[in-house]
Design a protein. Structure first.
Length: 263
């Protein structure tokens, strides 16, 4: 198996907003991203501001690290993500289905049509940005195959499988759910997993042992152990690396991850 690509989500926890063990301003966001890269993350999943500051944040991270920058917040419609494109990250998160999420203080209900997905595919080619596709159920695969069959995407297709995120597109964080989504994954896919909540510790080993990659950080699960909040995201990354190595897989650095993802 190839080395594990670790993605660090340097963002707030949607279900534990009271913890606040994440960056609260742009300066802290940059520092958090660099610390995660130094700890061993190959990809930084970052929520860029919807302003020209996004370009400056990407530039400052690149000055200090070769980490892969992945712009998140796929809940926004494409019309509101122009600053994401113009900041020129390496990757851009795109959900392959309806956004239906219910968090502690926020509810999201946003439709993403096939037409919007086509626009994402066309625009990403123009900007030379690799799309990271969020998969929440097998309908996500139907939409992905639609884009593939129209020759709008270049392989490999980088997917993140989402488990345990509350709301109308919830997928249970269980072994059978993981195996089900893995079974129907389109060929030429490279995949990672995102688990919101304590069940993360049960699904991460499955992904690692089955050739997958993992996403960790305060957005997904802000705890280092059950009921023990992490000091910061770098601590979470280091813990994930220890888990990977205990299961017999080494960690991909950004250069190796770029070759695997083909960016």
């Amino acid at each position: 198996m190839e080395k594990v690509i670790i993605t660090a989500t340097v963002a707030n926890s949607w279900i534990y907003p009271e913890l606040k063990n994440w960056a609260v301003d742009n300066k802290g966001l940059i520092k958090d991203a660099i610390q995660c890269a130094e700890a061993g993350a190959a990809i930084i999943h970052i929520h860029l501001p919807r302003s020209k500051e996004a370009t400056e944040i990407v530039a400052q991270i690149r000055e200090q690290s070769d980490v892969i920058i992945q712009a998140g917040m796929s809940s926004y419609p494409i019309e509101q993500r122009i600053t994401d494109f113009e900041s020129r990250p390496d990757m851009l998160s795109v959900i392959l289905n309806h956004h239906a999420e219910v968090f502690t203080n926020v509810q999201v209900d946003q439709l993403h049509t096939l037409n919007e997905l086509e626009l994402y595919a066309e625009k990403s080619r123009r900007y030379k940005i690799k799309l990271e596709f969020e998969v929440w159920h097998t309908g996500s695969y139907w939409n992905l195959n639609y884009l593939i069959n129209k020759n709008l995407l270049d392989p490999p297709y980088y997917l993140t499988l989402f488990f345990g995120w509350p709301g109308g597109t919830w997928c249970p964080p269980t072994i059978d759910s993981f195996l089900y989504l893995k079974k129907y994954m389109p060929k030429d896919s490279v995949y990672s997993v995102s688990i919101m909540g304590k069940e993360q510790r049960q699904i991460l080993p499955l992904a690692i042992l089955n050739g997958g990659n993992i996403r960790v950080g305060t957005e997904d699960n802000p705890f280092i152990k059950e009921n023990v909040p992490a000091k910061n995201n770098a601590e979470i990354v280091k813990d994930a690396i220890n888990l990977c190595r205990a299961l017999g897989r080494e960690i991909a650095d950004p250069s190796e991850a770029r070759k695997i993802i083909k960016i």
